[in-house]
Write a protein that binds this ligand. Structure first.
Ligand SMILES: Nc1ncnc2c1ncn2[C@@H]1O[C@H](COP(=O)(O)OP(=O)(O)OP(=O)(O)O)[C@@H](O)[C@H]1O
Length: 265
């Protein structure tokens, strides 16, 4: 029996209760981060309200109402898993990826950067920078996914599988309007182009302004679902944007592009 630390009225709190509250708090916060901005958050809040009402009715001894709500919650649990299937998947993926892979990749990125710095820059980053500036100048639409740790194939579909070195000429050629591969996204993994013309999941986020079109929504969508970042060139105005964890940074400068490429490519 763990020792009681303090009491609030009739409630006796021990060390495990504090631990319990802390873990539930962290899990709820992570869940909120995952669902933020999506319609799923509204459903989640609805379910929480239902659950709290059930607890309140039960505590007040209103048996009929609480038993009806209990049935709802019972079915609700199964339907929650179905409704939130993509979010549950992403949540588990995030947990696993964060704990296992990110540590390794952080080290390899750190070491990689040290080697690159010693050699005077990473050629792939320089090639993508030049390609993006050129495409921005000519208002050529482009969408580039840089997968970080997760396997992007689980979410990204279609297009043409490739296994090519990144080069300025290749990136510009793929997105050239006459190219059969220009429509869709280019996927980069471990500094190699693994797919072109890929179809990405489109974000349903209500936080995005109405002016944001499908290309940018697709960039946001894929970063909501897997550990990846996206670089986008707008065909409409030639602006370069960046997407990460479901957030869109619009109209970034060349300096910022260099900084982000250094961090994520
Ligand atoms: N789900 C998707 N996955 C990958 N690429 C997509 C997807 N949806 C749209 N695109 C790309 O975006 C192009 C259409 O972009 P649209 O004009 O709707 O978006 P936008 O965000 O307004 O971009 P822009 O500012 O370049 O016009 C398509 O031709 C296609 O290449």
């Amino acid at each position: 029996m763990p020792t009681v630390l303090f009491s609030i009225g009739f409630l006796e709190i021990d060390i495990w209760d504090l631990f319990d509250i802390f873990i539930v708090g962290v899990l709820l916060y992570q869940l909120y981060r995952l669902l933020r901005g999506s319609i799923a958050l509204n459903i989640f809040v609805g379910m929480m309200l239902l659950f709290l009402s059930y607890q309140a009715f039960k505590a007040l001894g209103m048996d009929l109402l609480s038993s009806i709500l209990f049935q709802f919650i019972n079915i609700g649990f199964v339907s929650l898993i179905i409704i939130f299937q993509p979010e549950v998947r992403r949540f588990l993926l995030l947990l696993g990826t964060n704990t296992l892979k990110q540590r390794d990749s952080a080290w390899s990125r750190l070491l990689g950067r040290e080697v690159a710095d010693a050699e005077g820059g990473v050629p792939e980053q320089e090639d993508v920078r030049r390609a993006f500036l050129r495409m921005a100048g000519s208002r050529t639409g482009a969408l580039l996914v840089c997968a970080q740790d997760a396997d992007p194939e689980t979410i990204i579909s279609g297009g043409t599988p490739l296994n090519a070195d990144i080069s300025y000429g290749l990136v510009v050629s793929i997105f050239h309007k006459e190219s059969p591969l220009h429509d869709g996204a280019v996927v980069i993994q471990n500094r190699r182009i693994t797919r072109a013309s890929a179809i990405l999941p489109v974000s349903e986020s209500m936080d995005l302004p109405k002016s944001v079109g499908l290309r940018h929504r697709a960039a946001v969508g894929v970063t909501e679902k897997i550990d990846a970042v996206c670089f986008i060139v707008s065909e409409e105005n030639g602006k370069i944007s960046f997407a990460k964890e479901g957030n869109l940074e619009r109209g970034i400068t060349e300096e910022r592009l260099v900084e982000l490429l250094g961090e994520y490519l």
